[in-house]
Write a new protein. Structure first.
Length: 352
């Protein structure tokens, strides 16, 4: 292994199914880092999922299904420590301690919080559990997830970058106040991906109902891709570059999304061929959609097969969750104990 071994941590909320945004923004990097021999911690953020619920949800089943998809994508519970956030409850204790050094103003400037706030105020009368303390504190809990295993690097999609920056800030404040205790993770790459939704919306996301999922079968893939809005004529491209970063922003959003996916999944000559058709304004959208759907289905097929493999059963997932919770717990407790010591509360007497 040429790279230095680093501690990697990342998490995904148990929303049931993994979509292409999750995969190319996060899981794809998880696998690469796992295979490069780093010490990887990947978890299902079931506590975080509670910030938006208004009634009972079967998170347990959703967690198991997400983990079966993780395994189907190539994550290996022997090479990586794969666990459930709620199986490491000392994360909540660390979040409480970190909350003491976090300014409310800082949290109120969080983009996720501001987005939720503006959606609620633009929809008066919306029911439920609008702005909870848990939602405002979401980045503090996320900081606890990251700092508890002393992560060096946090692979996330572009939408989560600000949260990692907030984590760096919170850890610096803690260390400044109580002495060097927490390891500051590195900032995530500015080139992190934000995959648009099938509707051309800025972000593919479960709550936006615009996702293409890794477990979608051939029929569903074709139906979803055919439904993408392509009635707008190609817009002129004022660049000779073929790079997706240069051309995609100049296309109508939903068309740009199709090219983004084609660039991720198809061989380069296929992407370039369709880019040529776009420049020449040929009639090609029907063919573009069928070609893309074929590449998506070919990508999904082995994942669906491994998802349904009898060995990848809920019992198998429960077994490795149990084993991996045992591996991460001493790591987490050591960090919490160090923080308690640094603050002056002293070691926990019942854990000693
Ligand atoms: P979540 O569950 O919303 O998303 C999981 C991962 O998928 C990425 N992602 C995307 N990337 C590119 N384009 C998209 N359209 C797209 N949609 C989702 C996200 O950036 C993320 O990397 N707060 C986190 C979960 C979490 C966490 C953590 C992550 C909790 N604690 C600690 C890292 C470290 C979340 O809600 O991700």
């Amino acid at each position: 292994m040429s790279e230095k071994q680093e501690i990697i941590l990342s998490g995904i909320r148990p929303t049931g199914r993994l979509h292409y945004g999750n995969y190319f923004g996060a899981v794809h990097h998880f696998i690469h880092l796992q295979e490069a021999g780093h010490r990887c911690y990947y978890f299902i953020a079931d506590y975080h999922a509670l910030t938006t619920i208004t009634e009972r949800v079967d998170f347990y089943r959703q967690t198991i299904d997400m983990l079966r998809t993780y395994v189907a994508c190539g994550l290996d519970p022997v090479k990586s420590v794969i666990y459930r956030q709620s199986d490491l409850p000392c994360t909540a204790e660390l979040a409480l301690l970190l909350g003491m050094v976090t300014n409310i103003g800082h949290l109120e400037r969080g983009t996720t919080y501001k987005d939720k706030l503006s959606k609620l105020t633009s929809k008066p009368g919306s029911e439920g559990n609008p702005l909870s303390y848990g939602l405002l504190g979401y980045p503090v809990l996320m900081a606890a997830d990251i700092l508890i295993v002393r992560a060096d690097k946090v692979p996330v999609g572009d939408d989560q970058r600000q949260h990692v920056e907030m984590t760096m800030d919170i850890a610096q404040k803690f260390n400044h106040r109580f002495g060097e205790t927490l390891k500051i993770p590195r900032a995530t790459s500015r080139k992190a991906l934000r995959l648009p939704g099938l509707d051309g919306g800025a972000k593919m996301g479960k709550s936006e109902h615009n996702t293409l999922d890794l477990l979608d079968d051939e029929k569903t893939v074709l139906k979803k891709i055919k439904a993408v809005q392509t009635s707008t004529d190609p817009l002129p491209l004022d660049t000779d570059s073929d790079l997706p970063e240069a051309v995609i922003p100049q296309m109508p959003p939903s068309v740009g999304m199709l090219y983004r996916l084609l660039n991720l999944l198809a061989p380069e000559d296929v992407y370039l061929d369709f880019l040529g058709k776009y420049r020449r304004k040929e009639k090609f959208y029907g063919m573009l959609k069928t070609t893309l759907a074929q590449h998506v289905s070919a990508f999904n097929a082995p994942i669906i097969e491994r998802f349904n493999d009898p060995e990848n059963s809920p019992e198998y997932v429960e077994d490795f969750l149990r084993e991996n919770a045992k591996k991460v717990t001493p790591v987490g407790l050591a960090t919490v104990e160090a923080c308690r010591e640094a603050i002056g509360i002293g070691h926990s007497l019942y854990r000693a």
